[in-house]
Design a protein around this ligand. Structure first.
Ligand SMILES: [Mn+2]
Length: 406
């Protein structure tokens, strides 16, 4: 069966395994079929690696084990798919349409014990008791309690020496002659090139296996290694292309949530500068919609000049209910942070006023959210410990605001 037909049939395959009568629970598979349903799932960022690893591995296994069913699931709600612009770009190039893909919200809430799950590009999952196999390239997270819930029989292929989970899928794809698919080879190839930062020595994001797999895929696709740069630039541009997104979607595109005991603080990353974002008409409405229920919103902007690849970064802090002391506290923590120094300074010319927020240019462009998040968290915890629960100021925190993401 060809790859595209396999994807087109996935929904029907899944439906056969679901109870028609009860959409909230799994049906037992008809006893005479004996077919096990295997769900192949990537991680919740649904980046290119996760999406490609899921669809390609499901296809390869389905063609090799015809006695069972394999269904790829993208681990995001369907409405977030447009945010994954580089996934949409590569899938579109290969003729994969959104309506044929299956998402987390296509699954019922409860998982029957006889459903098998294959995790790609992650290994910590709430579905741990159902996991039969793992392909991942993140170092094993021994501290995670979900690891204890994995069945003893779970096959683990965890290889932190590779830059891309797609390399591990490519290894399996190339190990046997059947099946063969140009789309599968293209998707795996593109993902490895993107994840390894096009094998940039300075980034050190690849190992010998990534190299070997990319070369074998190029042989199959009849491509030259010299064509990689064009492909890499195209994928990076697709990832940063927000032209088809609403401003709220731009905020949601790459967000992480910081939790303390009393606060939920969304940290949005975006491929434009915050100062340019807040200058757009409708920005305030988007901010209120995105951060509804939270007190503080942190926005990290990054702009890569297309001409020379020069990076600019900036940071925005906005209190949704005008708590300027909290903004000031987090601002000070960031300005005084030395590990690393962020080198924050007002924009020149300064950003026009926007929702009472604070907007700073980050001159140390090497520092990322990974560095900024712990500084913000520490500041929030200190703030909370100084302002007891009985203070009027923080009374509403006790409500444990939910992130309104609609
Ligand atoms: Mn990955």
């Amino acid at each position: 069966m060809c790859f595209l037909r396999f994807l087109a049939q996935a929904r029907g395959t899944l439906a056969r395994h679901l109870a028609e009568a009860s959409p909230v629970a799994w049906a037992a598979v008809p006893p005479d079929s004996g077919r096990t349903l295997h769900l192949v799932m990537g991680n919740e960022s649904c980046d290119l690696d996760s999406a490609v690893s899921a669809v390609t591995l499901a296809f390869v296994y389905a063609q090799r084990h015809l006695e069972h069913d394999y269904v790829p699931i993208l681990n995001i709600p369907r409405r977030d798919y447009p945010l994954k612009t580089e996934v949409g770009h590569m899938f579109g190039q290969c003729g994969i349409v959104e309506s044929e893909l299956l998402f987390r919200d296509d699954l019922p809430g409860k998982m029957a014990p006889d459903v098998s799950v294959i995790l790609v590009d992650h290994h910590v999952s709430p579905l741990a008791p159902n996991v039969a196999e793992i392909l991942d390239h993140r170092p094993l997270d021994e501290s995670s309690p979900s690891l204890q819930l994995l069945p003893a029989s779970c096959e683990r292929s965890i290889d932190a020496s590779v830059g891309s989970c797609a390399t591990l899928v490519a290894e399996r794809y190339l190990a046997e002659e059947h099946p063969r698919s140009v789309a599968v080879a293209r998707l795996l190839h593109a993902t490895i090139v993107l994840d390894t930062i096009n094998f940039a020595p300075a980034a050190k994001r690849f190992g010998p296996k990534d190299q070997a797999m990319v070369e074998q895929l190029e042989k199959e696709l009849n491509r030259q290694a010299t064509q990689r740069t064009v492909l890499f630039d195209e994928l990076v541009a697709a990832r940063a292309d927000i032209s088809s997104l609403t401003l709220t979607e731009v905020l949601r595109k790459d967000m992480k949530t910081l939790h303390t005991d009393r606060q939920v603080v969304p940290m949005a990353g975006m491929p434009i500068l915050v100062r340019d974002f807040v200058a757009k008409s409708g920005a305030e409405k988007a901010v209120r919609e995105f951060a509804a229920g939270s007190n503080l919103l942190v926005i990290l902007g990054m702009w890569v000049a297309p001409a020379d690849g020069q990076v600019q970064r900036d940071v925005g802090l906005i209190s949704l209910n005008g708590q300027s002391q909290l903004v000031e506290r987090v601002r000070l923590a960031l300005v005084e942070s030395t590990d690393p120094k962020l080198e924050l300074q007002p924009h020149e010319p300064d950003t026009p006023r926007f929702m009472g927020g604070c907007f700073l240019r980050q001159h140390n462009v090497q520092a990322t959210r990974k560095h900024i998040l712990p500084v913000v968290k520490r500041a929030l915890l200190e703030w909370e410990s100084e302002h007891g629960c009985d203070s009027d100021d923080v009374y509403f925190f006790k409500e444990k605001p939910q992130l309104g993401l609609s």
